[in-house]
Design a protein around this ligand. Structure first.
Ligand code: SF4
Length: 274
């Protein structure tokens, strides 16, 4: 195995594994053995939007295709979901121009070999007019932008929902900003790079929301400790062996299903202590 570098998705996956929400064998296959898992329908749609917007290819390097309806007939056209994604990508182009954002690089890979941390940010940009739209701007002209194509822009209760007041409790979403801000500090010498989420509503192409994630210095240093701890625990687990957590639904959707000796096709008993 190559030198283990920690991404924000590895941290999330390992946290899920420790909470027994992710099977250890699948975690190992995805994050240590390089298994590419096929995207879900929602992920495919998001990849299509991002590809149209920025030209970024998904991990496999293949351009996402538009889903068509009435194929082979004169009525052939993009499905309603994909039609909206096309409109949202046009909205993205329009916004980038009107907000005065100069995109420097899309799909920017950043690696910090000292802290064993890495990641790929959607957009690295120079945005000198941030102050016109963001009263809390710190004056740093460079920024990171993470694109989200989601139906949960204002959802408070869903763990993937983006209602602003609920976000400080949603560590699985917020880890992204911390991770990339920390990488910018250690590898690009930008101490507090503004980190924005540009959220495009998958059901309403006219609705876009921009959120800046701010963090304090304690959070950044805690994150670097978390990266180190996670790396140590993953390497330890590799020595002792990852645990399998079969379950009816997870096994059914698991890409390792055919070859896995621990798979189940029946419900497993769960325990409650009362
Ligand atoms: S088939 Fe089930 S037990 Fe096997 S790796 Fe997948 S989730 Fe784990």
């Amino acid at each position: 195995m190559k030198d283990l570098l920690v991404s924000q998705s590895l941290i999330k996956g390992f946290t899920d594994y420790k909470m027994e929400k992710e099977c250890g064998l699948l975690f190992k296959a995805k994050y240590l053995d390089g298994l590419q898992t096929p995207p879900s329908a929602t992920q495919k749609l998001g990849q299509f939007f991002e590809y149209l917007s920025t030209g970024a290819l998904p991990k496999g390097g293949v351009a996402p295709e538009c889903e068509m309806v009435y194929k082979g007939t004169p009525k052939e056209k993009p499905s309603a979901d994909y039609e909206r994604a096309i409109l949202s990508s046009e909205m993205y182009q329009d916004l980038i121009s009107k907000l005065g954002i100069e995109v420097i690089e899309t799909g920017k890979y950043i690696c910090d070999p000292v802290n064993k941390s890495h990641g790929t940010i959607d957009i690295y940009a120079k945005w000198e007019r941030q102050g016109e739209f963001n009263p809390n701007w710190n004056g740093e002209p460079y920024c990171f932008i993470d694109l989200k194509y989601t139906g949960l822009i204002d959802d408070k209760w869903n763990e993937f929902g983006w209602q602003v007041d609920s976000l400080p409790e949603k560590h699985g979403l917020m880890i992204q900003g911390v991770h990339y801000k920390s990488l910018a500090e250690t590898t690009m010498a930008i101490a507090d790079i503004p980190f924005y989420y540009f959220l495009f509503h998958s059901k309403n192409p006219d609705y876009v929301k921009i959120i800046e994630q701010k963090i304090d210095e304690t959070r950044a240093s805690e994150h670097r400790i978390l990266v180190q701890k996670t790396r140590d625990m993953v390497l330890k687990e590799l020595e002792t062996g990852f645990k399998h957590y079969p379950s009816l639904l997870k096994c059914k959707e698991c890409p390792l299903f055919e070859s896995c000796e621990y798979k189940t096709t029946l419900p497993m008993v769960e325990v409650v202590y009362y």
